[in-house]
Design a protein around this ligand. Structure first.
Ligand code: SF4
Length: 486
């Protein structure tokens, strides 16, 4: 049993390599900034190949915001943006990023007299005795907290206020108190790269960062596409913008566009995409050799390092790990797979354990996510590259969106669909009701929706989510029984 537990905790070489790739992207950017080099911020589906051709360090606020939310600082940063005047209805990623760009930071509360952090008595895991039983506090009747796991209070700080302080103890303590995880230590931008193929919120979000930080913005406009095909005139429109972006990057960096580096970045991006798709395809196996939730974590590599050879190699390693799992009949899923679902949308990052719990209790594995085709795009040449960037989840028409999803549902053999109605992401959630209707009509599988938010924990209700998962499980049971009876 002890050995079994130990085996489950072993991290595979592929996962280790993927973690290192993202760590390195952040560390390289911090080093570059310290050396006075330029650091850019980019939307997730801006053509990274262009920046790679200039050897630029580029960071990805969507990935950063997801990390901040997963570290439980989404609410304080969203609130900070709202206090700056940004509306609560704006996407949570944008609010977190705008607060960060304005200099706001989640920080640990310091006692300036002692220099110690002030611990939050409500934080931490329950204390357990030597038999593994939770220790109850006799005075309150509630479980005692394990002091080793307790955390300081989180407070909001501001790097501009800190910078304005005279040199001394307070300045040092406040700087050191900013939370040490990588997303809260991301360098401020010297330029921004925005492509609105993800959504139109991006446009205003990046314009605001550029204005706030007084830095150049390179904008590539890829509008919503009403047809499944991308017409030649659309390709020409985007190709011309690639040329303009290259000229702007030449001005910002003072360097000439390096065709060879660009071609290498394209080759890397294609190799990463092919390996990412291969990894996603392993979810077609029944039972799957991995938990579908793993894909959400690996998205960080696809977003931050698609154009780097290290990402391509790390995904190759992960594919080998999964082949080994299939050969040995093992899985990263920590429970037996009874049901298979497509999870539609971005997860609620601040609430991942709460999302996972009822799935685990009911034996539900996520074996399909729409990220596979959305980020696994392979192309040959600039025209195909322009076409590929037209295909983002929120910029394709509903026919394309349904076809993508129904294809994965069939290939990955799902029994049902769990839809996250994400308050942050209006463009994604807006057409989900119609999609749900089509999945059930075309594939005969049940769907259940729940309300939540990718970054702002105030918009998630655990009781509603648990009930919806339960309802979906009952409907899947009925569907499976009906199939077997035929
Ligand atoms: S696509 Fe959705 S989640 Fe992403 S930035 Fe736009 S609104 Fe936010």
């Amino acid at each position: 049993m002890a050995e079994e537990k130990k085996a489950k905790k072993t991290v595979s070489p592929g996962v280790l390599a993927l973690r290192k790739v993202v760590e390195d992207v952040y560390a390289d950017a911090r080093t570059a900034k310290a050396e006075g080099k330029l650091v850019g911020w980019s939307s997730s589906k801006f053509p990274c190949e262009l920046a790679e051709a200039f050897d630029l360090n580029v960071m990805y606020p969507e990935n950063q915001a997801a990390g901040i939310a997963a570290n439980r600082d989404g609410e304080i940063m969203c609130q900070a943006a709202e206090d700056l005047g940004f509306d609560n209805d704006i996407c949570g990623y944008a609010r977190i990023s705008l607060a960060y760009a304005a200099g706001k930071r989640a920080s640990r509360k310091v006692d300036f007299e002692t220099g110690e952090y002030v611990m939050d008595p409500n934080s931490g895991k329950p204390l357990k005795d030597e038999n593994g039983n939770v220790v109850i506090d006799e005075a309150t009747g509630k479980p005692k907290k394990d002091p080793k796991t307790m955390q300081p209070y989180t407070v909001l700080d501001d790097i501009h206020e800190i910078a304005a302080l005279p040199e001394g103890r307070e300045k040092e303590l406040r700087l050191a108190a900013i939370k040490p995880y990588r997303q809260m230590q991301m360098p401020q931008p010297d330029f921004v790269l925005c492509c609105n193929n993800i959504c139109n919120c991006m446009t205003k979000w990046y314009e605001n960062i550029a204005r706030m930080c007084n830095i150049p913005l390179i904008m590539i406009d890829i509008p919503y596409n009403n047809t499944v095909e991308v017409h030649d005139s659309n390709v020409a429109y985007v190709r011309a913008q690639f040329d303009a972006a290259i000229r702007q990057l030449e001005e910002i960096t003072g360097k000439k566009f390096d065709e060879k580096k660009f071609e290498q970045a394209c080759a890397n991006a294609n190799r990463t995409a092919q390996n990412w798709l291969k990894v996603c395809d392993y979810l077609q196996y029944k039972p799957a050799p991995m938990s579908g939730f793993d894909l959400f974590n690996h998205m960080a590599d696809v977003v931050t390092a698609r154009g780097k050879v290290e990402a391509a190699e790390a995904f190759e390693l992960l594919a080998q790990d999964l082949e080994e799992n299939i050969r040995t009949g093992t899985s990263t899923l920590p429970f037996p797979e009874k049901y298979r679902v497509m999870f539609e949308g971005i997860p609620c990052w601040p609430k991942l354990p709460n999302l996972f719990k009822p799935l685990k209790e009911n034996g539900v594995n996520v074996t399909a996510v729409v990220y596979a085709p959305a980020f696994g795009f392979v192309y040959n040449g600039l025209d195909e590259m322009a076409r590929a960037y037209y295909k983002a989840p929120n910029s394709v028409c509903i026919e394309q969106g349904v076809a993508w999803r129904e294809g994965i549902c069939v290939d990955n053999k799902v029994d049902g669909v769990l839809v996250h109605y994400n308050r942050s992401c209006k463009p994604w959630s807006g057409y989900m009701a119609e999609m749900q209707r089509r999945f059930t009509k075309d594939l005969g599988i049940p769907c259940a929706g729940f309300d939540g938010d990718q970054a702002d924990p105030r918009n998630f209700n655990e009781a509603q989510y648990t009930t919806r998962v339960q309802g979906l499980v009952e409907a899947m049971d009925a569907g499976i029984a009906a199939k077997e009876a035929k």
